[in-house]
Design a protein around this ligand. Structure first.
Ligand code: IPD
Ligand code: CA
Ligand code: CA
Length: 263
């Protein structure tokens, strides 16, 4: 097993235990807003503390980039492995008792994810991948789907609800993809969406405004499951992702990119 994978799995489990502890006991009334439509609750904060306690105990010299940390802290130096942590991906779902939420943990080395774990407590699904070592769900190897064309493809997406200035542009994209695919789904937890693409339940996925903790683990899942993932303009994704466009194969990615990038 990759030396960091056991830590990532244990850290995700520690965060998941916090999800279970507060599930149904914190809602939007107990949460605060840290930005437009951007909730944070004690479950987010405690889940992050639990995950980071595992990571820092075992790898005290590594760096951490975690969603609920102070946004003004200095950026990572890049000189040590970087743990990228989303303690609850899908906080709005979690606070409403909607079962689509997860923990997402990646270890990034030289700007690329080397280990990725996505854990979904409500379903007990756990995806993980290591670079060059394949992608797995609950211990079984996973592979992206083999869609014949975009017409038959199921496409995942996320709304730009935290970047509402992108809405008009996004609604145009949504209309075009809806008209040219078998369907579009929006769950509200990007890490899970990417895990669904990696395990063949989506044929493609795009979203315009994402952070590193939303996507780093999912990117590795997709790549190790045989899929492709870039920004919507085709550029490679780094620690400031912005947009993302993943697909089961380059043909489907090109077809979605054409629709997303223009009428
Ligand atoms: C959000 C979810 C959502 C996506 C947002 C993310 P959070 O993460 O992944 O699906 O559409 O862009 O910010 O705030 O629940 O961790
Ligand atoms: Ca997130
Ligand atoms: Ca989060």
């Amino acid at each position: 097993m990759h030396p960091f994978l056991a830590t990532a799995l244990d850290a995700a489990e520690a965060a998941a235990a916090v999800h279970r502890r507060w599930s149904g006991r914190v809602g939007v009334r107990e949460a605060t807003l840290k930005g437009v439509s951007d909730f944070v609750s004690r479950a987010d904060v405690e889940a992050q503390q639990a995950a980071l306690a595992v990571i820092r105990t075992r790898h005290p010299h590594h760096e951490v980039l975690a969603e609920e940390d102070d946004p003004d802290q200095p950026p990572p130096s890049g000189h040590a492995p970087l743990w990228v942590v989303d303690p609850i991906d899908g906080t709005t779902n979690y606070l409403h008792g909607h079962p689509m939420y997860a923990v997402s943990i990646a270890v990034v080395v030289d700007g690329r994810p080397e280990v990725g774990v996505v854990t979904c407590p409500p379903t007990s699904e756990r995806w993980w991948a290591t670079r060059g070592g394949g992608a797995f769900k609950n211990g079984k190897p996973i592979h992206v789907s083999d869609p014949p064309d975009l017409r038959t493809a199921l496409v995942g997406t996320g709304f730009p609800f935290k970047a509402i200035h992108l809405l008009e542009e996004y609604l145009g994209q949504l209309g075009r993809v809806l008209r040219n695919s078998a369907g579009v789904r929006r769950g509200g937890a990007a890490a899970l969406d990417l895990a669904f693409l990696a395990s063949g339940q989506f044929d493609a996925f795009w979203e315009l405004d994402l952070k590193p903790w939303d996507v780093m683990a999912g990117i590795l899942l997709i790549e190790e499951a045989g899929g492709v993932v870039t920004r919507v303009d085709g550029s490679p994704i780094d620690l400031e992702p912005g947009s993302i466009l993943g697909a089961a194969n380059p043909e489907i990615q090109r077809a979605v990119a054409k629709l997303v990038n223009g009428p």
